[in-house]
Design a protein around this ligand. Sequence first.
Ligand code: ATP
Length: 530
Amino acid sequence: MVAPSFFYLCPQTNVLMASHDDLLKNIISHSKEYGFIFPSSEIYDGLSATYDYGQYGKELKNNIEEYWWKAMVRVHDNIVGIDSAIFMHPTVWKASGHVDAFNDPLIDNKDSKKRYRADVLIEEHIEKIRAKINKEIEKAAKRFGDAFNLNQFLTTNPRVIEYNRQIEEIEHRMKTALETGDLQALKQLILDLEIVDPVSGTRNWTDVRQFNLMFATELGSVSGEASIIYLRPETAQGTYVNFLNVQRSGRMKIPFGICQIGKAFRNEIIARQFIFRMREFEQMEMQFFVRPGEEMEWYEYWKNNRMKWHRNLGMGDARYRFHNHIKLAHYANAACDIEFEFPMGFKELEGIHSRTDFDLKAHEQYSGRKQQYFDPELNQSYIPYVVETAIGLDRMFMSVLSASYKEEKLEDGSERTVLSIPPQLAPVKVAVLPLVKKDGMPEKALEIFHQLKLEVNSQYDDKDAIGRRYRRQDAIGTPYCITVDNETLENNTVTIRERDSMKQERLDIHNIIQVVKEKVDIIPLLKKLM
Ligand code: ATP
C-alpha cells in the first residue's frame, strides 16, 4: 500500500487522518501509462488543465455515463434526457445572471506577472495555519503515545486555540468581503496576512478585480458586440430554454425531470489537481420541475437518491458526506454538495440545488415568452420550481480512480498495482488468456473471446508469462480473467480469476457468458435505486 507520509487534522470532522500526498501523483502517472488520461497536446508540451481520455478512460467514462443516465431515465418514469447545443443565444447568459455575476476575484503579482484567485490565496494561507495545527498534533501524539486524547488536546493547547481563532477570524473577513463584493477588503486581508507570491516572493499586489469565467467567442464573420457568443458554463440553461418544448412534446406532468450530459467550459483562473478542475469538462445535470412550495420535499428526495447512487458502487460509505452551503447562490433557497474524499481531502463531487423559479422566471422576462405550466389538478398556471442535481463526469471519474488505485504487497513478496474499479464500471470486463501459446490453447481462448466480445468489453492476450498478463489486467481494473489451460482441452472447463481477491475457480465453458454478465451487470445497482 502507499505509505501515509504524515498525519493531518481534517478541518470538517476534526478527525486525525493519514495523508497520502503521493497518491495523486501516482494516479496521474498510472492514468497515463495505462491509457486512461493523457495531457492534451502533449507533443507541444501540453495545454494547462486540459486532458484527453485514452482507450480505457473513454470506456470508464461511458460506463459512468450509462450508470447515471439509466439511474435517471430508466429508474424514473418521469425523467427524460435531451442533448442541447453548446452555443446558445447570448441573452440566455444575461437572463441566467452569468454575464453579470459568474465571476471569481483575481489578483496579479506585479513582479512575477502571475495571476491568482484572491480567495484561493487566502484559503491557502488558512491551510498553512492548519498545517501548523497538524504539526502540533503530530508532536503531541508522539509524546503522549497511547494516552493521547485528541479532543482534549484541541481544546486545551494554547497554541492550537490561537491558530483556530486566527482561522475563524480570516474566514469571517473573507466571507463578508465576498458576500458584499468588497474587493478592497479582500485585498486588505491579503496584505494584512502578509501573503507573498509563491513565485516572486513579494507582496507587490495589484487591486482585486472580478473575472468572468465564461469563454467568449464570435459567431460568423461579423465582428463586434452583437456577434459575441459564449461557450456554455453549464448544461442547465439548455434544459430551461427547452422546458416547454419537452413538456408539450412529451405531454409531461409535473413533477418531472429533464437531464443531460454534455460539455461545459469555464475559464478557471487556477485550474489544477488533475481532472478535478479543468477549463473544458463534462457535466451530468438533471433539472426536476415541481410545484412551488413542494421543492423542499423534492430537494430532500434528491439528496438521498443521489447519495444512494454513489454509495451503491461500494467504494466506501465513509468517503462521502454532505456539505450544506452557508452562502447560497442568488437563485437558490437551499443547496448542498456531496463531497468525496479525494487524495487532496474532502471536496465537492456533486451539487444539489433548489433553484426556485429563478431561471424560468428570468427567461420569461428576457424572452417575453411565457414559461408557465398549466397544472390540470390545481386548474392553475404557474412557473415551476426546480431542484437540480449537478455532477461533473470528470470529477466522478477521478473519484473512481482515487478509491480504486492500490499498491499492494502480496504474500509471496511481489508487488502489484491494481485498480479495484467497481466491476459494473470497469473499462474491460474480462480478459481471455491461454496459459501458454501452444497445444491448441490460443485457438480455444480466441474462440471464447470471440463469443464474449459482443456481450461485454473483452480482451485477448497471449504475450508474456501468465503472471505478467494478470498484472496488466489488474492495472487497468479488469475484474475477471478467464484462463484456458490443459484441463480446458480435456473437459471444457476454464479458470476464472477475480481481480481483488486473486482467487480462481473452475467454470464450465458454457457458463462463462452468464457468470461474467451477472457480475458486471448494472441492473442490480439500478434496482436498489427504485
Ligand atoms: P466548484 O465550487 O468546485 O468550482 P461549482 O460549485 O462551481 O464547483 P457547479 O456549478 O455546481 O460547480 O457544477 C456542478 C459540478 O460540475 C460540480 O459539482 C463539479 O463536479 C463539476 N465541475 C464544476 N466546475 C468544474 C471544473 N472546472 N472542472 C471539472 N468539473 C467541474
